[in-house]
Design a binder for this molecule. Structure first.
Ligand code: HEC
Length: 222
């Protein structure tokens, strides 16, 4: 036997010990008595390679158990969570600092000219806002945008922020930042402000605890 065939038979031996595959042609030895419409079953053993993997996971679980329950001074899931949250907060702040145009609302001022308000009105339809807030902004799925009760604030910066980053999670108002430009978001916010105090056909009941502007009540009485 030369070196090459020895190697191959060594590999084959190893494979056989890892699979314990039953030799072909001797199936009768391990054939079970079941017979399901001609389909028969062989009583093969679990392959050792699979069993070893299983034993390793059991060994690791014991190690993990003691690590978590007896060593919790150094490690606990709660601590891991806290440190991850702290780390992410730093990253969020860094991201905000690097992208001031997205988060910095300091220099946002509402448009008051007809052209930009008209553009905002047009966007309110073309960007499907009306589907949830209605064309007269009276509200349906989304809240009434003509009254002075706001969930997230009715000043231009708050409106811009809601349109940019969305409403409260899970309420249906998504973040529009990726689909509407910054300029257009200011136009939308300006249009909403211009509609303050108007009388929609079927106004939805007031929602939110933030009252803005405070003087709207007086305006409507005039
Ligand atoms: C799928 C429905 C839906 C669409 C489309 C939608 N909104 Fe909203 N909107 C909502 C809901 C629901 C809320 C309430 C969010 C909350 O409860 O935090 C909301 C809240 C708001 C608010 C804040 C109201 C407040 O009281 O603070 C503004 C402003 C607003 N939407 C403007 C827009 C604009 C502008 C568009 C189009 C670009 C738009 N929405 C599209 C459902 C929608």
């Amino acid at each position: 036997m030369n070196k090459k065939t020895e190697n191959i038979s060594g590999w084959k031996r190893f494979m056989k010990s890892m699979t314990k595959a039953h030799d072909l042609g001797t199936e009768e030895d391990i054939l079970l008595e079941h017979d399901y419409d001609g389909i028969k079953e062989l009583d093969n053993v679990l392959p050792p390679w699979w069993l070893y993997g299983f034993y390793i996971t059991i060994a690791i679980s014991v190690f993990y158990y003691f690590q978590v329950f007896y060593n919790s001074e150094e490690y606990s899931q709660a601590k891991e969570y806290e440190s991850e949250v702290a780390k992410s907060k730093v990253e969020v702040e860094a991201y905000k600092a690097e992208n001031p145009e997205k988060f910095n609302t300091d220099n946002i001022v509402a448009f008051t000219d007809d052209e930009n308000i008209a553009k905002g009105k047009e966007l309110f339809t073309s960007k499907t806002c009306f589907a949830c807030h209605l064309n007269d902004l009276g509200g349906s799925i989304g809240p009434n945008l003509t009254d002075n009760s706001w969930i997230s604030g009715g000043d231009v910066k708050s409106l811009f922020n809601t349109i940019t980053n969305g409403g409260r999670p899970g309420k249906g108002m998504i973040a529009w930042e990726s689909t509407i430009t910054r300029e257009e978001r200011i136009q939308l916010a300006s249009y909403i402000i211009s509609m303050q105090g108007t009388s929609p056909a079927n106004p939805k009941a007031a929602e939110g605890d933030i009252i803005f502007p405070v003087i709207v009540e007086e305006k409507t009485e005039e």
